[in-house]
Write a protein that binds this ligand. Structure first.
Ligand code: FES
Length: 281
């Protein structure tokens, strides 16, 4: 029997009086209603070219679709960005939403050049100098480990080489496919103890602001940036990358960061690290 979760928001379910309710849906329903609809986009786009190839246009030009769009298919009436489905992601959208949050964070699913992404805003500039005990989220930059627990290096070993890996304007964008079996995580989609609107330092697995993969319950902390390692699914080659910490569940390592830039207020992804996304087909 499929494991069931209490999703929030609840897709296509309302109370008898028309008010929305928290619904219990299973994974199959989630895949139908949730952002995993993008998997169809990916499957249709890939053909025999392979996943990473869709990040760049034919010929290797750098003129890909750099702009990131909100993706709220199936949750247009419930996600905070539901009315912005397929519209460009703007920094101000996140700033406004984070201002309503106890932790000063906001997150949204998106699509970038056919690739599922998650963008998180953390009011780091405001909160970094305050006591951690106040529960206000800020980015932390740490050492990371491989799937055996062996330390492999520090986030800043990578960001020293390319400072664009640091969050830009309090924003960090993450490749949206789980390092376990390549499902597409969601931002606080599940109302359980991992998604309370709280923040704990250090990427601990207790408290909210986590990305949650509904497939087998892996959790990731977008506020903890570290070095990770993974391997190319096609040829087995290993690579290190800047990522966010795996906080719990069966995923072996964290999710890759996609460096971004702002074009005016629009969020754009930079296609410089396509090796980082090859752990999925
Ligand atoms: S695919 Fe994400 S936990 Fe299994």
């Amino acid at each position: 029997m499929a494991r069931e979760y209490d999703l929030k928001p609840a897709p296509a379910v309302g109370g008898a009086d028309g008010t929305s309710t928290t619904a219990t849906v299973n994974r199959r329903q989630f895949l139908r209603y949730g952002f995993n609809t993008a998997t169809g986009v990916l499957a249709a786009s890939l053909g025999v070219l392979g996943f990473a190839s869709i990040l760049l246009p034919p010929g290797g030009s750098t003129e890909g679709q750099l702009g990131v769009l909100f993706w709220a298919k199936g949750r247009e009436d419930s996600a905070w960005y539901g009315s912005k489905h397929e519209e460009p992601m703007l920094k101000q959208d996140f700033v406004d939403e984070a201002a309503k949050s106890n932790t000063g964070t906001a997150g949204a699913s998106g699509i970038w050049n056919g690739v599922p992404v998650i963008v998180t805003y953390v009011d780091h500039a405001k909160n970094a100098g305050t006591p951690e005990s106040n529960g206000k989220a800020r980015f932390q930059f740490t050492e990371g480990v491989d799937e055996t627990g062996k330390t492999i290096g520090h986030f800043e070993d990578l960001s020293d080489v390319d400072p664009r890996l640091f969050p830009s304007e309090n924003l960090v964008m993450i490749f949206g496919r789980c390092t376990h079996l390549c499902c597409i995580p969601g931002w606080q989609l599940v109302s359980n103890s991992f998604t309370d609107d709280t923040w704990t330092p250090g990427g601990g697995d207790d408290g909210g602001t986590k990305l949650f993969c509904i497939c087998h319950s892996s959790r990731f902390d977008p506020t903890v940036l570290e070095m990770n390692t993974n391997r190319n699914r096609s040829n087995g080659a290993t690579f290190n990358y800047a990522g966010i910490r795996k906080a719990g569940g069966p995923a072996p390592v964290g999710l890759p960061i996609i460096p971004i830039q702002l074009n005016g207020d629009s969020i754009e992804g930079l296609a410089d690290y396509i090796d980082w996304y090859t752990y999925c087909d």
